[in-house]
Design a protein around this ligand. Structure first.
Ligand SMILES: [Zn+2]
Length: 318
């Protein structure tokens, strides 16, 4: 815990109050079956219910036709092969999994003896300070809401703050520092261009893609990526997986070869679509919270597509 919610229309930020009941019916954890959720296209899915959100609450910035409760799901025990999960809530109980539809179930990822579900607890949300015209606030959520609310003088202050060495404020949301890259192609960029391009707080690694990955999404196709061959035992795992695997003493490459039954995978060609994905929530544990990752510098980013209403959950870590 905690979860942050982001309202893109009103430019508001809400933060979870863990184990604090409020006027709305929000929950952390619990068994998926306790909420009556079933998957319409896949059996026996080892996903975790991270949150069940009451969409009646105006603090929850999501509108999906026919849905009043939204499950935030993630495959913590499936991460040896996938760290991105895409699904769609069809109504308050039925969920369609879009990608992946095949799952690993690794009992010792992210840590040994990982729980099959988290203990259920009621939660509520409180509004956090955020003023898009103030440099510090805009920088802290640049990757969510951008910097367009800043005046010329506040942008100048934002540049001074972002390029300074005073990057750590002691919280886990502290990634607003920006450095000018040494490559010659950036030599003529202004400080504002560098800040706008490379600033991505609160994200640990980078702002997530705005293009929907649901192959059936009706959003306009604006580009195309050809097929790519991947040799599994010659491929470095993603940084998050490499860290988790090193901590567990696991050989991720060997696990992937065993799981897929082959050493060569073809990543299918896919389309790039108009940017319809909006970050609705980011989960990052408190510094003393060991339950989810045993490490506070891990984020799960939840996006919703405005065109097909799918939810995309991705992971980032330091
Ligand atoms: Zn979509």
């Amino acid at each position: 815990m905690p979860l942050s919610l982001f309202d893109h229309r009103k430019l508001r930020h809400y933060r979870e109050l863990h184990a604090v009941s409020g006027p709305f019916d929000h929950w952390f954890g619990g068994r998926i079956s306790d909420f009556g959720i079933r998957f319409v296209n896949v059996d026996d899915v080892p996903l975790h219910l991270l949150y069940s959100l009451d969409l009646v609450d105006p603090s929850v910035p999501v509108e999906i036709p026919g849905v009043t409760r939204l499950p935030l799901l993630y495959g913590f025990r499936c991460m040896s092969v996938d760290t991105t999960f895409i699904y769609r809530a069809l109504n308050d109980t039925e969920v369609e999994l879009i990608d992946p539809t095949l799952f690993s179930d690794d009992a010792d990822i992210p840590y040994a003896g990982y729980p099959r579900h988290f203990p259920a607890s009621p939660i509520s949300f409180c509004r956090e300070r955020y003023d898009p015209t103030v440099a510090e606030d805009a920088l802290a959520l640049q990757g969510i809401f951008g910097l367009d609310g800043l005046s010329g003088s506040e942008m100048a202050r934002a540049i001074q703050i972002a390029f300074s060495e005073k990057r750590y404020d002691g919280s886990v949301y502290e990634y607003a520092h920006v450095e000018r890259p040494k490559a010659s192609e950036y030599a003529n960029w202004t400080d504002e261009q560098v800040l706008r391009h490379f600033g991505c707080a609160p994200f640990i690694q980078d702002a997530p893609s705005g293009s929907c990955a649901n192959p059936d999404c009706p959003a306009e196709v604006i580009g195309h990526v050809g097929p790519t061959e991947v040799v599994l035992d010659d491929t470095a795992p993603s940084e998050p997986m490499a860290k988790q695997a090193a901590a567990m003493g696991l050989d991720i490459n060997a696990m992937m070869v065993e799981y897929f039954g082959t050493n060569r995978l073809i990543i299918e060609a896919h389309d790039i679509r108009a940017y319809t994905m909006r970050v609705i929530a980011v989960h990052q544990p408190d510094a003393d919270d060991e339950l989810i990752w045993n490490d506070p510098y891990n984020q799960i980013v939840f996006q919703v597509c405005e065109a097909c209403h799918c939810i995309c959950a991705t992971q980032q870590c330091d």
